[in-house]
Design a protein around this ligand. Structure first.
Ligand code: CP
Length: 308
């Protein structure tokens, strides 16, 4: 079996069997990370470029590490040091990268739908590394790998996603993907940051964080995205922490061994206090490692599809 599309644009575009394929390959490729020799030939002779119009530590670095571990020629270009600063359009920028014999372009852009508009116009395979408030598919895939490592399945899991849902592409990718995999999603956050139309996805919109966490298998905090926020959506950061923060008392409402997740970067003391971030149930560090494994799998499978 192979991925069906040239590009990986979102969880909306992936079928459940493709999600399983990526997770199975990620679990296998993860063994390379634990081995003494992290150099493989999976991407030998291939080229990967990362193009980021927004800041990133985890996503950009993990794609770059994944490319290097698997033997690809890799390069990165940030909008700040490129001809974007001279006014070059996104399409012309991507066409230029395409014409340099690039096989895979990993891009992050502040505009929702930006990679979807570009992908049909170029030969290079586009991987969406986050588009505005829309999707961040490889984050959801690494979250799924982390859940599967603990539970062996996604089907039937009760997943509580808490915080700034409105601005969160991580939440949207998780919501779309978890529904396809048979998990149940509960959402909680400030009413101004909790779009009710997400109920159409099958997710349960809860009135309080306590209600969302009660009996959950997975508790996922989200970063409060002050950079995307119009004024007045939250009264103050202190009040946000008080009413919507994942405190030790609230975490105890979930199942006793529930996973505590966060995509990072975390605002300590706002989304959760440091003692929750570092508690035994926290798998936030594992999420980071799984990010490399999932991105190895995505690069490998997209390359295999191009070769077919
Ligand atoms: N989770 C995530 O996308 O982190 P970065 O912004 O550091 O890539």
């Amino acid at each position: 079996m192979q991925l069906r599309n040239k590009d990986l644009l979102g969880m909306k575009e992936l079928e459940a069997d493709e999600i399983d394929l990526i997770l199975e390959n990620a679990a296998t490729l993860k063994r390379i990370l634990d081995s003494g020799n992290k150099k493989t030939a999976h991407l030998q002779g291939k080229s990967v470029v990362t193009l980021f119009y927004e800041n990133s530590t985890r996503t950009r670095l993990s794609f770059e590490m994944a490319s290097k571990f698997m033997g690809a020629a890799s390069a990165n270009i940030a909008s700040s040091g490129s001809s974007v600063q001279k006014g070059e359009s996104l399409l012309d920028t991507v066409r230029t990268i395409d014409r340099m014999a690039t096989d895979i372009l990993v891009m992050r852009h502040p505009q929702s739908g930006a990679p979807h508009g570009i992908a049909p116009k170029v030969r290079v395979s586009i991987v969406n590394a986050g588009d505005g408030m829309n999707e961040h598919p490889t984050q959801a895939l690494l979250d799924f790998l982390t859940m599967k490592e603990k539970y062996g399945r996604l089907e039937g899991l009760e997943v509580a996603i808490v915080g700034d849902i409105l601005h969160s592409r991580v939440a949207r990718s998780n919501i779309w993907g978890l529904a396809k995999m048979g998990a149940r999603v509960r959402l909680a956050g400030p009413p101004t940051l909790l779009p009710r139309e997400l109920e159409r996805t099958g997710a349960r919109v809860c009135r309080t964080v306590d209600e969302a966490l009660e009996g959950a298998d997975v508790v996922m905090g989200l970063r409060i995205q002050l950079e995307r926020m119009k004024s007045g959506l939250v009264p103050s950061v202190a009040e946000y922490a008080r009413f919507y923060g994942i405190t030790p008392e609230r975490l105890r409402l979930a199942k006793p061994d529930a996973l505590l997740m966060h995509p990072g970067p975390c605002n300590h003391g706002v989304e959760m206090p440091t003692l929750v971030y570092e508690c035994p149930q926290s798998v936030i560090d594992e999420q980071v490692t799984n990010g490399v494994a999932v991105r190895m799998a995505v690069l490998y499978l997209l390359t295999a599809r191009r070769n077919a």
